[in-house]
Design a protein around this ligand. Structure first.
Ligand code: 3HC
Length: 654
């Protein structure tokens, strides 16, 4: 018999067990309708003496993806999620969660409210609320430590890390993992549990935490949180679960959840969440099928190329790495192996994964060996003549339908495309270093790129686990255009009276991991210097130009690698150098600028303003498709703090 509890929750009775299915695409979020339906299903089971207990499961590949994020900021209809979870837990008949896929946030909280949990191997469990600037609001911080212990629960709640089925079993979060029919197993479990008092997570005692392990974990979490409020609150709530009753803990948790949900950080992080989903949608690509890609060729196996090769191997592709000579190819192979070995040493990869990746890798000193590639990504020295010649050679080697991608940062990919017989099959794939770690890829839609080629580039980047953002063609694309505006304004601030350490301190207090001058030193100053020298002839003499960076380079201060740049680095430690201060003062004097004290607030607002103004230009010229794309580029490629939402969001533009 089929029962309907709401538009998204239905039930059927099997062997005297009510099997409740949540079907609320795309991710079975706990919307008002879903909460009402599930609440009613529990009531139905409680009232029907012919029903022994309940199984709760999700339709499709998700159990429950969490609270409905679109409801945040709107009035919430009852039952609220905490009421629903308490209702499930209070039921006198056994309620078993059959966790068929992701059980995240409110989804895990619903599972924790059940009396027994069985997971399929595909299950992923976690409390990702901190990534949205909030803490769990329906008992996650109080029930999880009762099952998994304080340290493990606090780490999960404060980082948002998801665990797979096996780890969840080892931690005691689920009771069984099964490869058999999940719902049948859960129905049988209800039969076995019926008659016994339900095992309620909330009634279990909290084991005392290992204080040393907790402190070590929380120090690590807080160091990474950098100005975000939610992780510290999650740690506090989980830790205090051992010191008070469930009811007291739930009241504090809910109040904290509401306070954080309505605060600016959560608004910014929600913006980032929806920005990421929006970035995947590109006008004109609806219904366009990406081309099948199996083999990726990579030309140039330096730092960038070898990182891209590792990312492609991680993504499951067959990789052909090409260099100009056999010796260079061998060196490239060693670089790739070294990255894989480091990943094994750090536990990110196991020995079997390493072998499987190496079995898919060949390296060669001959470009002709790229003939079988479906996509070739070039990552050679960023020089127009070098890349143009390379594209012409590749054009003659690879199949006519293969895609050619350039990883250039500053060159015009339209020029490279025009040098081939297939400009519509050319696209930009601008990775960030280290390419196997950094999430951002700017996918450059060149003047003649065909829609299926753009769709292919997006699909490949997604398969590599990256966040692809489409950019049009302009010098430096989205990221480096904004970063240049940021650099320019930072240099104006220097001339006007601020010092590098003051500017860096202001931006670090705002939430950047490193201020601009520390970043320049880390990246090295010589490439930007070479570009400035190239542009000197065409620069508008009326334009404000700050010469301080040129003076540093002339003095051999090329940054951290040289031991000296905007700072000195005795023993590798960033230190203010009076010689730099003197250079800055001399530059001001030369231009008769009277230095004034510039407060941190002005520093931040001028730098953000410069980024947003450049963002406006990119939008006006259709280089960026939407303001939120610009935010994603800065957050994922340039260390802009996610909890500030990105430069366009911070300026009220997105
Ligand atoms: N609420 C509303 N919409 C959601 C959602 C949610 N919790 N999670 C995902 N969606 C939407 C996305 O916006 C997207 O919509 P679109 O197609 O219109 O753009 C669609 O679902 C598909 O999302 P993804 O592209 O992310 O799908 P994937 O299959 O790649 O991933 C997922 C699925 C792993 C569930 C992923 O969507 C995810 O991580 N979601 C967020 C989970 C989360 O943060 N949950 C906690 C919510 S807060 C909470 O529960 C508070 C509670 O403690 C009180």
């Amino acid at each position: 018999m089929s029962l309907t509890f709401s538009a998204t929750v239905t039930g059927s009775v099997t062997d005297g067990v009510l099997v409740v299915t949540i079907d609320n695409p795309p991710v079975n979020a706990a919307s008002a309708d879903m909460r009402q339906g599930l609440f009613a299903a529990i009531d139905h089971a409680a009232a029907d003496s012919g029903i022994a207990g309940v199984v709760v499961t999700g339709a499709g590949k998700t159990f429950v993806g969490g609270a409905d994020i679109r409801e945040f900021g709107k009035p919430m209809a009852e039952p609220l999620l905490p009421q629903l979870v308490n209702h499930i837990e209070a039921c006198d008949k056994p309620v078993v969660a059959a966790i068929n896929g992701a059980a995240l946030g409110g989804g895990l909280e619903i599972a924790l409210g059940c009396h027994h949990r069985i997971a399929s191997p595909a299950a992923k469990l976690g409390l990702p609320e901190v990534k949205l600037g909030i803490v769990p609001g329906a008992g996650g911080t109080q029930r999880l430590p009762r099952l998994a212990g304080i340290v493990a629960a606090a780490e999960m709640a404060a980082t948002g890390r998801m665990v797979g089925a096996d780890e969840a079993l080892a931690l005691g979060i689920v009771d069984e993992v099964t490869t058999d029919d999940l719902v049948a197993k859960a129905v049988a479990a209800v039969g076995a549990l019926a008659g016994d008092p339900p095992r309620r997570s909330g009634e279990l005692a909290v084991q005392a935490a290992d204080a040393e392990a907790f402190d070590k974990m929380s120090a690590k979490v807080l160091a990474r949180a950098r100005g975000q409020d939610a992780p510290a609150e999650a740690l506090r709530l989980v830790r205090s679960a051992g010191e008070r009753t469930l009811a007291e803990g739930l009241v504090d948790e809910r109040a904290t959840f509401i306070r954080l949900r309505d605060a600016d950080q959560a608004k910014a992080l929600r913006h980032v969440f929806f920005a990421e989903r929006a970035a995947a949608k590109v006008d004109g690509l609806e219904g366009v099928e990406p081309r099948p890609i199996r083999t990726i060729g990579i030309v140039g196996l330096g730092l960038m190329g070898s990182g891209i090769a590792v990312a492609a191997l991680d993504g499951g592709y067959t990789v052909i790495g090409a260099e100009m000579t056999a010796e260079a190819a061998e060196k490239g192979r060693e670089r790739i192996v070294a990255v894989l070995d480091r990943n094994v040493a750090s536990g990110r990869l196991d020995a079997d994964g390493r072998e499987k990746r190496l079995a898919r890798l060949t390296t060669s000193g001959r470009l002709e060996d790229l003939a079988d590639a479906d996509l070739v990504i070039e990552a050679v020295f960023d020089d127009l003549a070098v890349k143009t010649e390379l594209f012409q050679r590749l054009d003659a080697i690879v199949r006519p339908d293969a895609v050619l991608a350039t990883n250039t940062s500053y060159l015009d990919p339209d020029v490279l495309a025009a040098a081939t017989t297939r400009p519509e099959r050319v696209v930009g794939l601008h990775f960030f270093s280290p390419a196997n770690i950094m999430r951002l890829v700017e996918v450059v839609n060149c003047a003649r790129t065909a829609p299926d080629v753009l769709a292919t580039a997006l699909a490949v980047a997604k398969k590599l686990g990256k966040l692809p953002v489409v950019s049009g063609v302009t010098e430096g694309f989205i990221g480096n255009s904004i970063f240049s505006a940021y650099r320019r304004e930072a240099e104006f601030l220097l001339e006007d009276g601020a010092l590098p350490q003051e500017i860096d301190a202001a931006m670090e207090a705002y939430g950047f991991a490193m201020g601009p001058f520390a970043v320049f030193d880390l990246a090295g100053l010589e490439i930007a210097w070479a570009r400035r020298k190239r542009q000197a002839g065409t620069r508008d003499p009326a334009e404000r130009y700050v010469e301080i960076a040129d003076r540093l380079c002339e003095a051999g201060r090329f940054g951290q690698k040289a031991g000296r740049g905007w700072y000195a680095y005795p023993d590798g430690k960033r230190t203010v150098d009076p010689e730099v201060t003197a250079l800055i003062e001399a530059a001001r004097t030369k231009k008769s600028i009277v230095a004034r004290r510039i407060e941190a607030e002005e520093i931040v607002s001028r730098l953000l303003g410069a980024m947003a103004a450049e963002g406006d230009r990119l939008l006006a010229n259709k280089i960026a498709l939407r303001a939120s794309d610009i935010d994603l580029v800065l957050i994922n490629g340039y260390g802009f703090p996610a909890h500030r939402g990105g430069p366009m969001f911070a300026a009220g533009r997105s």
